[in-house]
Design a protein around this ligand. Structure first.
Ligand code: SF4
Length: 461
C-alpha cells in the first residue's frame, strides 16, 4: 500500500477526534461493580461447559518500574525496593492458584503476555517461578502452539538475560525504544543507548525469538521531523518483525507524570501529523505492511499473514494471530474476557492483597454482554481486523437484517463514504486505503454507548 493512499492530510485533520481504541466492546467505562466475583466464577463454569472449550490466554500485569518516564500514562509503581516486587509475586501466585481452580484441567494455555510497568523488573529467577506457577495452574500448550510474549525495558536486561528469557519459554519480545534522540530521551527521562538496544535485538535473534517488536512514540517533547527520521533510519536498519508507533497523548491534567514535561518543549499539533506522515512513508517504503491502528509488520510476519488470510484478531494487547481465547487477567488492573463477559481486577495493591488473603478473587467490576453487544462487537471487530463488514455473514450469525438494524449507523457513515474513506455497497462496507487510519471513527458509528459515555479517549488518528 502506498503512503499517499493511507495518509490524506486534510481528511486526517478532519477526522482526528477523541474515540475508543476498541480493545473491547463495550469499552471499559461500561464495566460496573454489579458484576462481581460470583459472576466471574459463573462465566468460567459456563466456558468449561462449552462444546469445545476455548484455549486460554493469560495477561499478567507487573506494575513496578525503577524510574519514571515523564510521558507515562500506565498504571505503575516507581520503586527501587525489590522487596515490594517479591511480595507482589507471592500474591500473584496466590491469584494464579485461585483462578487456575476455575478452569478445567483439560484446557490448554496457548497465549501469554506480560505487561506493565516493567515485567523485566522481576529477576529471571522470579520470572521462572511465575512461569512454573502459570504452567501448573493453566497447563501450557505444546511449544509450537504457544505465543508467549513480554515487554522488555532495554535498560533492565543484558543480552545474556535475553537468552534466559527464551529458555523460560518466551518466544516473542517487544522492546520499548520510543526514540533514540538523546535530547528527546532526556526530556522524557528515559535515557537508553542505541548500542544497548542493538545488542539486545541481536541477542533476541540469536536466542531464537520468533517475533521481535519495537515500540516507538511520536509527538514527544523536542521531537522534530529530522530527529525522528534518524530514529526511524536506525530502527529500519534493525529490521524488527513488528513496529508499533504510538501517538503521545499529552494530558497533564490527567496524568501527573506528564506535568514534568516542559510545555514549551511540546511539538505543535501540525508537527504530530508530519511525524505520523513521515512514519507511514518510511515504514511502508521499507516494506512494512500497515496492520491497523498503530501497528506495522514485515510481510512474512504472522500478523501480516493473518491480516491477508482474514484470521487477524483484536484483544487487550492490540492485534493477535491466535484464535478466539478465553482471556484471564492477573495482577492489579488486569482485564479478562471469559465467554460473554469482561472483568477487571482491583487497581490498588493493598486491596489486591486483602482480597487474596481472604481467598477471594481480585475482580471488582465487569460486564456481561447482551445479544446487541455481541452483534456490535462482531461488527467492530470485522472493521478493525479485516477492514470489511460482510452483511450476509453478520446476518447469518446474529439473525438480523443488517440494513434495517444499522440504518442509523449507515447514514452516519455516509459522510465518510462521501469523503472516499469507505465504500458502502449492497452487501458490505469496506474501509478504503484512505480510511484505514480512521478505522476507529468508522467503528464509533456502531457503538451504542458512545453518546452517553463519560470515558476520556485518546484521539483517533
Ligand atoms: S513508560 Fe513504562 S517503564 Fe516508563 S514509567 Fe511508564 S510503565 Fe514504567
Amino acid at each position: 500500500m502506498q503512503d499517499h493512499q493511507l495518509f490524506n492530510r486534510p481528511l486526517v485533520e478532519k477526522y482526528d477526534r477523541p474515540g475508543p481504541r476498541y480493545t473491547s466492546y463495550p469499552t471499559a467505562p461500561q464495566f460496573h461493580a454489579a458484576f462481581a466475583e460470583d459472576d466471574y466464577r459463573a462465566a468460567a463454569e459456563r466456558s468449561n461447559a462449552d462444546a469445545e472449550p476455548k484455549p486460554l490466554s493469560v495477561y499478567v500485569h507487573i506494575p513496578f518500574c525503577k524510574s519514571l518516564c515523564y510521558y507515562c500514562a500506565c498504571n505503575k509503581i516507581i520503586t527501587h525496593n525489590t522487596e515490594r516486587a517479591a511480595e507482589y509475586l507471592a500474591w500473584l501466585q496466590q491469584e494464579i492458584r485461585v483462578q487456575g481452580a476455575l478452569f478445567d484441567e483439560t484446557r490448554r494455555m496457548t497465549q501469554l503476555h506480560l505487561g506493565g510497568g516493567t515485567p523485566t523488573y522481576l529477576s529471571n529467577d522470579q520470572l521462572g517461578e511465575l512461569m512454573a506457577s502459570l504452567d501448573a495452574a493453566f497447563h501450557f500448550a505444546s511449544p509450537e502452539e504457544r505465543e508467549f510474549s513480554l515487554e522488555v525495558d532495554p535498560r533492565t536486561v543484558t543480552p545474556e538475560q535475553i537468552h534466559e528469557l527464551h529458555a523460560l519459554g518466551f518466544n516473542r519480545l517487544s522492546f520499548g525504544v520510543q526514540d533514540f534522540d538523546p535530547d528527546v530521551q532526556k526530556a522524557v527521562n528515559r535515557v537508553q543507548s542505541e548500542e544497548d538496544v542493538v545488542s539486545l535485538v541481536h541477542a533476541a535473534r540469536q536466542a531464537g525469538f520468533q517475533s521481535i517488536s519495537v515500540d516507538l512514540i511520536y509527538g514527544l517533547p523536542l521531537q522534530t521531523v529530522a530527529s525522528f527520521d534518524t530514529t526511524l533510519d536506525k530502527i529500519i536498519a534493525l529490521r524488527p518483525d513488528r513496529i508499533a508507533t504510538y501517538s503521545y497523548a499529552h494530558l497533564p491534567e490527567l496524568f501527573k507524570a506528564q506535568r514534568l514535561i516542559r510545555p514549551e518543549d511540546m511539538p505543535p499539533p501540525e508537527r504530530k501529523l508530519e511525524l505520523l506522515e513521515l512514519t507511514i512513508r518510511r515504514l511502508t517504503e521499507a516494506g512494512y505492511v500497515y496492520i491497523g491502528m498503530d501497528h506495522f509488520a514485515l510481510p512474512d510476519d504472522e500478523l501480516s499473514l493473518a491480516r491477508k488470510n482474514g484470521t487477524l484478531q483484536r484483544n487487550f494487547q492490540g492485534y493477535s494471530t491466535h484464535a478466539d481465547c478465553d482471556m484471564i487477567g492477573l495482577g492489579i488492573t488486569s482485564i479478562g474476557k471469559v465467554g460473554d463477559t469482561y472483568s477487571q481486577n482491583v487497581k490498588e495493591t493493598a486491596q489486591y492483597q486483602h482480597r487474596l488473603q481472604e481467598e477471594r478473587l481480585a475482580v471488582f467490576r465487569g460486564y456481561r454482554l447482551s445479544d446487541d453487544d455481541r452483534l456490535r462487537r462482531d461488527v467492530i471487530n470485522a472493521l478493525m481486523c479485516h477492514n470489511r463488514i460482510d452483511f450476509a455473514a453478520i446476518e447469518a450469525r446474529h439473525g438480523i437484517i443488517f440494513r434495517d438494524y444499522f440504518a442509523d449507523a449507515l447514514s452516519e457513515l455516509q459522510e465518510m463514504a462521501d469523503d472516499g474513506l469507505l465504500a458502502i455497497r449492497d452487501n458490505e462496507i469496506e474501509l478504503l486505503p484512505a480510511g484505514r487510519l480512521m478505522m476507529r471513527n468508522a467503528a464509533m458509528a456502531f457503538d451504542a454507548y458512545l453518546a452517553h459515555s463519560t470515558g476520556r479517549y485518546s484521539r483517533t488518528v
